[in-house]
Design a protein around this ligand. Structure first.
Ligand SMILES: Cc1cc2nc3c(=O)[nH]c(=O)nc-3n(C[C@H](O)[C@H](O)[C@H](O)COP(=O)(O)O)c2cc1C
Length: 496
């Protein structure tokens, strides 16, 4: 490997606030599914994971989303910002920052230490009914009363989304003020615990993204102006943290770009980005895509990469340049030295976010540095190794009903959260875990491997699955005969 080949990936870069990342590799935010059920502080499992990543020589390490509101969790085991700021509530967050910095034993030299950035988030209407930290009959808060999946047509997708998500309550001004205070408290916790910065999660369909997106924000007050809440939170965060505190934001390209790419939608996109950049509040903008209705951040690597990098290139073209211009971080599908280096050298981004590869290989930067273009990423998993996964896929085919993409993304997400236990234990990941086994393990807490499919547990799961399959098949036939929909019995197919 020659010097020029490593130039872009391993050149240090200064952020507008003055902090410097020693290379361009950012360990992307990934929900750990490791806190107490119903949310809590970071614990030993988090320490293990972040200590492992901390030794991998990443330029920046982002935590998984830390919820600012205990009653709006994602999948139930989120880290949560405490209500009170004192020594005992700060202690676990201090330990987490220390783990990212290489641990108390000084295992990582200061020049190779990652900048520690906490991602703060509120899931808004995407806080699922059963694991949200609320009673299921309490609706989640959102900019407008528009349910996740409201635009889906068809009985099964509707049933699926209805079971998972309630129609949200439109937030009052005082509820919005409270959310602003909680984000600011999140930044204070991060700062006092020793993190170098925070990233506001305004992607993947969570609350801040809901305010930005036309499909979920139908307000007519000042918050109907799509960027108003984001600006308020960013301004208040800056006001309450030191000048050299990193402030980033994760944005959803899908909120901005119309795939049909009419020039008017492009112009809207660029105007939004220009506005955000002109505030001079952010150190970096991380570009991603998708939400729970369209989870592209987890699927279709090649299409997604092309889409995001096209967006990122457009963003770059409208940046003014200069010391206060935020850096662009591009996340999604990066696995090889060549793609990372190309994205950097073609000017699509200044930082590259790496998610799933960092689970396969927590020390990827070390290996990319020593192996360069010869780096061979670990193989991607095959989720369909168990009989349940094949049945799962068969379900979609048999009923002739489009199983929502979210289920596929959910299976992949569960698989990776199960593997995070391996990252915490500094152990190699386990390719023997099936997608369906990962769902049981991750949601039900049941440990199951494809090789154990002859156990009683496996067969009872199979039987249960067969019952569900027959039930779903029966309803599918009924649905196809038009009994429900034509009579309007369920009334879920009506447009908003
Ligand atoms: C298990 C898992 C959990 C994730 N949790 C988060 C999260 O908490 N916040 C976030 O912004 N993105 C989250 N993501 C998305 C990743 O940050 C990243 O955008 C996505 O995985 C695409 O990057 P990749 O192709 O490098 O994996 C998660 C992804 C995975 C696989």
């Amino acid at each position: 490997m020659t010097e020029t080949q490593v130039d872009h990936v391993f050149t240090p870069i200064r952020l507008p606030c003055g902090k410097e990342a020693h290379n361009r590799l950012l360990k992307a935010s990934m929900y750990e599914h490791a806190a107490n059920f119903q949310g809590g502080p970071p614990n030993a499992a988090h320490m293990g994971m972040y200590k492992n990543w901390g030794q991998g020589q990443w330029g920046l390490i982002l935590t998984g989303n830390v919820q600012v509101d205990r009653s709006h969790l994602t999948i139930g085991r989120d880290m949560v910002i405490p209500d009170l700021l004192n020594e005992s509530t700060l202690r676990p967050f201090r330990d987490l920052a220390e783990a990212i910095h290489g641990g108390p034993d000084g295992a990582v030299d200061p020049p190779n230490r990652a900048l520690a950035v906490m991602q703060v988030s509120h899931s808004g209407r995407q806080s699922a009914n059963w694991v949200s930290g609320r009673f299921p009959w309490n609706p989640p808060l959102a900019p407008s009363s528009v349910r996740v999946g409201a635009r889906e047509s068809g009985f099964f997708p509707q049933l699926f989304y209805r079971l998972l998500f309630s129609t949200p309550k439109e937030m009052s001004t005082s509820e919005i003020d409270h959310v602003v205070d909680r984000f600011v408290l999140g930044a204070k916790v991060a700062h006092q615990a020793g993190f170098e910065g925070v990233e506001l999660h305004a992607g993947h369909g969570y609350l801040l993204s809901q305010f930005i997106s036309e499909k979920s924000n139908r307000r007519t007050d000042e918050y109907g102006e799509k960027l108003h809440l984001l600006r308020r939170i960013a301004t208040e965060t800056r006001r309450n943290t030191p000048k050299d505190f990193i402030l980033g934001v994760k944005l959803n390209s899908a909120d901005f770009v119309d795939r049909k790419a009419s020039s008017s939608s492009d112009e809207k996109v660029l105007q939004h980005v220009r506005d955000i950049v002109s505030w001079e509040l952010f150190d970096f903008l991380e570009i991603t895509g998708g939400d729970y209705e369209n989870p592209e951040f987890m699927t279709s690597v090649s299409k997604r990469q092309a889409f995001f990098s096209q967006f990122s290139r457009k963003v770059h073209e409208c940046l003014p340049g200069g010391p206060n211009t935020p850096l662009i971080a591009l996340t999604g599908g990066f696995r090889t030295y060549a793609t990372i280096n190309t994205a950097l050298s073609s000017g699509h981004a200044e930082l590259i976010g790496v998610g799933r590869l960092s689970i396969h290989d927590p020390h990827a930067p070390l290996r990319l540095k020593s192996e360069g273009r010869d780096y061979v990423p670990p193989p991607a998993p095959d989720y369909t190794i168990s009989i349940w996964d094949q049945l799962f896929d068969f379900l979609g085919w048999f009923t002739g009903v489009k199983v929502p993409v979210l289920m596929g993304a959910g299976r992949e997400m569960c698989w990776y959260t199960v593997q995070l236990e391996k990252v915490a234990g500094f152990a190699p990941i386990d390719y023997g875990v099936s997608g369906f086994g990962a769902i049981l393990r991750s949601i039900g807490g049941v440990k199951i491997r494809s090789t154990s499919c002859h156990t009683i547990l496996s067969w009872s799961s199979c039987a249960l699955f067969a019952v569900i399959l027959s039930w779903v098949g029966l309803i599918g036939v009924w649905d196809a005969m038009g009994r429900f929909t034509s009579s309007g019995y369920l009334g879920w197919d009506q447009p908003l």
